[in-house]
Design a protein around this ligand. Structure first.
Ligand SMILES: *Cc1c(COP(=O)(O)O)cnc(C)c1O
Length: 410
């Protein structure tokens, strides 16, 4: 008899986006003429930039001719892309990486979900609350999270990010083996300063922990003092794995490409105290379970690093960040407490009068025909907040703010 992996039975049903869709559909059924604007989705809306489109067309043509056809590529990704990454994403920040420390992937979600395979199932772990659900759920599947009790997993240390601590998680007072950090943060849109990040790196060095650093939104950072990579902190390459994605940076949510950095200096211990580097094991893992990202996607990613690609990508990011600025300003003027949105495409908005997230979601939908994401869907500390994204069209953003103004002044 084949026995199921019973850890799957423990997974909590994540109904967040399904519940939102259900409630929006119910509203539309009773208000067929209503024009609903969604500020809730986490997907981008603007098309790929011309430099990327051109590179993709060319890559398709390569595939059409015997001499330039590409079959299986290197599991770790084409060297030309890994070199472009090292040269453009890290060297300008004073971080010297070897292309062998870069692993091209099909987006950051797969690797943030799979990376836990590198360490024993009984390591302890810590996450911020609220949080991107992949980090916890992927560890539930391998049994590391323990069992679910009173809204929490027994083997997970939760670090609340609240108004009181200005959304900077308090470093645990005990040792934890694995720590997931995401900055700029989804869902709060908040960033981490160099000083705060240094504390984490020092904690990891001191406690022999590994930090899994999700930098999916690094391209949205405006403030020059905010680190784009954890490797800007001295010693981080001994203790951190970093995830990057072109999904939000360059609209690659449907193209699929990103990369993971596993530095050669990063080690973990065997039970008898031997220290082993993890980089060769991740290469072995990828070579066994992954056959690479498509040639066309990697050529598309390479084009982001050309001068035109950089300019065009930045223009789209600026477009989204101007949406964020417009929403931040409008909502602040209306008296909302708004966090994030200056170095990330997300606004974390406190509901007025401590209204519960879901109640405010309904009020906003019925009152102004606007969809937001209830903060509590990202974890208990998200209660009393909603997340708005700036990934929409400018006209919709402006219209949405106008509707909220009218609704508030009723
Ligand atoms: C969108 C997102 C990613 C990127 O996922 P892809 O698989 O690269 O599309 C990673 N981490 C966070 C927190 C995200 O919000």
């Amino acid at each position: 008899m084949a026995l199921i992996n019973e850890h799957f039975l423990k997974l909590q049903k994540n109904y967040l986006f399904a519940d939102i869709a259900k409630k929006v559909n119910a509203f539309k059924a009773t208000h067929p003429k209503a024009d609903v604007i969604s500020l809730g989705i986490g997907d981008v809306t603007q098309p790929l930039c011309p430099a990327v489109i051109e590179a993709m067309h060319k890559a398709v043509d390569d595939m059409a001719h015997k001499d330039t056809f590409h079959g299986y590529g290197p599991e770790q990704g084409y060297l030309w892309l890994r070199e472009a990454i090292v040269k453009n994403d890290f060297l300008p920040r004073g971080v010297h990486l070897d292309p062998d420390e870069i692993f091209v992937n099909d987006g950051a979600k797969s690797d943030t979900g799979n990376i836990g395979e590198l360490v024993r199932w009984d390591n302890s772990m810590a996450v911020t609350d609220p949080i991107y659900p992949v980090y916890v759920d992927s560890n539930v599947m391998n049994g590391r999270s323990g069992y679910f009790e009173n809204g929490h997993w027994s083997n997970v240390t939760y670090m609340p990010c609240t108004e009181d601590n200005n959304f900077v998680p308090v470093i645990p007072d005990h040792r934890v083996d694995m720590i997931y950090l995401c900055y700029p943060n989804n869902p709060t849109g908040m960033v981490i300063t160099r000083e705060e990040l240094r504390k984490w790196v020092n904690y990891a060095i001191h406690n022999d922990s590994i930090i899994f650093y999700d930098a999916a939104y690094e391209a949205f950072i405006r403030d020059e003092n905010i680190p784009h990579s954890i490797y800007e902190i001295r010693g981080a390459r001994k203790v951190a794995i970093e995830f990057h994605s072109y999904s939000k940076t360059a609209g690659f949510t449907g193209v699929r490409c990103g990369y993971t950095v596993v530095p050669k200096e990063l080690t973990a211990a065997t039970m008898d105290g031997n220290r082993l580097p993890l980089n060769p094991f991740w290469l072995r893992r990828q070579s066994t379970k992954f056959n690479g990202t498509s040639y066309i996607s990697q050529r598309a990613a390479e084009a982001i690093y050309t001068p035109e690609g950089k300019r065009q990508t930045q223009a789209t990011i600026n477009y989204y960040m101007e949406n964020a600025r417009i929403m931040h300003e409008a909502l602040s003027q209306l008296g909302f407490k708004v966090y994030g949105g200056t170095d990330a495409p997300y606004l974390w908005v406190k509901t007025p009068g401590n209204t519960p997230s879901w109640q405010f979601f309904e009020e906003l939908l019925y009152g102004a025909q606007i969809v937001c994401t209830p903060g509590v869907g990202f974890g208990p500390s998200g209660e009393g907040f909603v997340r708005l994204t700036s990934f929409g069209d400018r006209a919709n953003c402006i219209e949405a703010m106008e509707r909220i103004r009218k609704w508030m002044n009723k």
